[in-house]
Design a protein around this ligand. Structure first.
Ligand code: PLP
Length: 463
C-alpha cells in the first residue's frame, strides 16, 4: 500500500495520509492539501497506452492513495460503471481537433468523473472508520447535481446543497430536485449564489457546529477531485499521440476554478509529454490575464452563456501558485495575504514576458463562442456545449504542425440548450434530461439566514 503524505500549501499543518487529506478538505491552516512529492511515470507510458480507462485510473491512483489494491480496484469499477460509454471518456476527431468527451456520467458534465469516485470513496472510508458525514455545499448548478448524484442513497452521508431559489437554470434545478433519496436535501435559498456561498462559509467557520454535525465539503479544492481528473489527460493524450504518431500533445481546457487544468499540470509534471496547456476562459478572464502578464487581479463577475466558468477567484489557483513560488509555503502565505488585502498579486515573469512556458491563455467571448458552436455544427456536424466551445475557440488559435490538440468537452450540449438555440436556431436534446420533465421534485425553501440553515441541518443531519 502507498504511503504518500499530504502537506498544506501554507505549511502549517501536520502531514497526513490520503484518506485524512480528503476528509479534511481545506487544511486547518487555511491552505490546500497537496501530495508531498509528485511521482514520475514517464517510463510506464508505453505500457499504459494499452490499458482501459479503469486500469489507467488504477495505475495512477495507487501512486497517491493509502488503500489496499483490491479495494481501490473495486472503488474504481463501481465509480465508472454508471457511465454510458464503454471507453468512459472517448477522444473523437472533429475537424482540426480531438474532442475529449467527458460527459457520459449521470449528470452529463465532467464533474461526474471525480464526484462519482469521491462519493464511493467517502462511503468506503466512513464504513471502515464507523463514522458519518454531513456534506454542506453551495451551487449555481453543475457541482451541486454531480455531488448529489455521487452520494445519493448512501447510508452514512447526508448532503445539504444550497442553491439560489429560482436563479438556477430550470433544467439544472431539476437535475437536483428530482433526486428524492432521503439523504439528499436541496435547500432553495431566497437570495443569490453569493448569499449561498457566504452562508456556507459562515457555517464552516462555526467550529463547534461543524464538529457536532461532522460537516464536510465536496468543493473543488478537494484533492480527490483533482486526482481523478489527472487520469483523462493520460488516457486521451496517450491514445491521440499513438494514433497520430506524435511525440507530444496539447490540451485546450475551458476553465473556471482552475481544477480541471490543474489536473493537466500534474499530468505534465508526472511525465506526460504535454506541449501546451491552452487555458480558455469566458469574459471572466482573471486566469487568462494572469497567464498573459503574471498579474492576478480580481474583477467583477459577469453572467455569460458558459455559467460554470463565471468565476473570479479560482479556488484551486493556490495550488499552482505554491509550485510557481518554488514550493515556498512562507512566500505563498505572504502572496495570499497580499491578495486578501489588495485583491491582486503578481509573479515575476521570464525574460520574454512568458509567465509559464507550459501555458498559453485566451478568452472566448459570447460572440466567438456562439460562432464556434455554429461553425462546428455546420462544417463538422458536431454540437459543442458553450463551455467546450470556449476551449475549442482558443485551442484553434494554438494549433501547431505535428501536435494534436485535445479539447476537453466538459458538458453535453443539451445541458445548456438556450445557448445552442441562440447559435443554431434549435435546441439540443438528451433523453435523460427530457425524462426529468414533470417528475416529482423535493426541495426546502429557506430564507437567506444562517440560523434558519443551521436549524434545518440540526434537524435533519445524521448524528
Ligand atoms: C465546472 C465546469 C467547468 C470549469 O471547471 P474548473 O475545474 O472549475 O476549471 C467548465 N465547464 C463545465 C461544464 C463545468 O461544469
Amino acid at each position: 500500500m502507498n504511503t504518500m503524505q499530504y502537506i498544506s500549501t501554507r505549511g502549517q499543518t501536520e502531514p497526513m495520509g490520503f484518506q485524512d487529506a480528503v476528509l479534511t478538505g481545506l487544511a486547518p491552516d487555511g491552505g490546500l492539501m497537496i501530495p508531498a512529492s509528485i511521482p514520475d511515470v514517464s517510463d510506464r507510458l508505453g505500457h499504459w497506452r494499452t490499458l482501459s480507462y479503469q486500469d489507467i485510473t488504477f495505475e495512477i491512483l495507487r501512486l497517491f492513495v493509502d488503500l489496499p489494491d483490491p479495494d481501490l480496484k473495486d472503488l474504481i469499477d463501481r465509480s465508472y460503471a454508471p457511465f454510458r460509454h464503454p471507453e468512459i471518456a472517448p477522444a473523437v476527431e472533429v475537424g482540426p481537433v480531438h474532442v475529449l468527451e467527458l460527459f457520459y456520467g449521470p449528470t452529463l458534465a465532467f464533474k461526474d468523473i471525480a464526484l462519482q469516485f469521491l462519493g464511493n470513496f467517502f462511503e468506503y472510508t466512513l464504513e471502515r472508520r464507523n463514522s458519518l458525514l454531513n456534506i454542506l455545499g453551495a451551487t449555481s448548478g453543475d457541482t451541486g447535481s454531480a455531488a448529489i448524484h455521487g452520494v445519493r442513497g448512501q447510508e452514512r452521508i447526508h448532503i445539504f446543497m444550497m442553491h439560489p431559489r429560482g436563479r438556477v437554470a430550470p433544467l439544472q434545478e431539476r437535475q437536483m430536485t428530482t433526486v428524492l433519496d432521503e439523504n439528499v436535501h436541496n435547500l432553495a435559498v431566497e437570495g443569490t449564489f453569493d448569499d449561498c456561498q457566504n452562508l456556507m462559509k459562515a457555517i464552516f467557520r462555526d467550529l463547534p457546529f461543524k464538529q457536532r454535525f461532522s460537516l464536510g465539503a465536496v468543493n473543488s479544492v478537494n484533492w480527490a477531485r483533482v486526482l481523478a481528473q489527472i487520469v483523462y489527460y493520460f488516457s486521451a493524450g496517450l491514445y491521440v499521440m499513438d494514433q497520430r504518431g506524435a511525440a507530444n500533445v496539447s490540451f485546450a481546457v475551458p476553465t473556471g476554478n482552475f481544477g480541471d487544468v490543474l489536473a493537466g499540470w500534474y499530468a505534465a509534471r508526472m511525465g506526460l509529454p504535454i506541449r501546451r496547456l491552452v487555458l480558455a476562459t469566458n469574459e471572466n478572464d482573471i486566469l487568462a490575464r494572469f497567464f498573459s502578464c503574471g498579474e492576478y487581479s480580481m474583477g467583477a463577475v459577469v453572467k455569460t452563456i458558459s455559467p460554470s466558468m463565471d468565476i473570479q477567484i479560482a479556488s484551486n489557483f493556490e495550488r499552482y501558485l505554491y509550485y510557481r513560488l518554488g514550493e515556498d509555503a512562507a512566500a505563498l502565505r505572504e502572496a495570499m495575504e497580499r491578495f486578501g488585502r489588495e485583491q491582486r498579486l503578481s509573479v515575476p515573469v521570464g525574460t520574454e514576458g512568458v509567465v509559464d512556458p507550459l501555458f498559453v491563455a485566451g478568452v472566448g467571448d459570447t460572440a466567438s463562442t456562439l460562432a464556434t458552436i455554429r461553425r462546428y455544427h455546420e462544417e463538422q456536424g458536431y454540437l459543442l456545449d458553450p463551455h467546450t466551445a470556449v476551449g475549442v475557440h482558443v485551442g484553434e488559435q494554438h494549433l501547431e504542425d505535428g501536435v494534436p490538440m485535445v479539447c476537453l468537452a466538459t458538458a453535453h450540449p443539451a445541458k445548456f440548450s438556450e445557448a445552442i438555440t441562440d447559435a443554431i436556431g434549435e435546441p439540443a436534446r438528451h433523453k435523460i434530461l427530457d425524462a426529468l420533465e414533470g417528475k416529482p421534485t423535493r426541495f426546502e425553501p429557506l430564507p437567506s439566514d444562517i440560523d434558519a440553515v443551521r436549524e434545518f441541518i440540526a434537524q435533519h443531519a445524521l448524528t
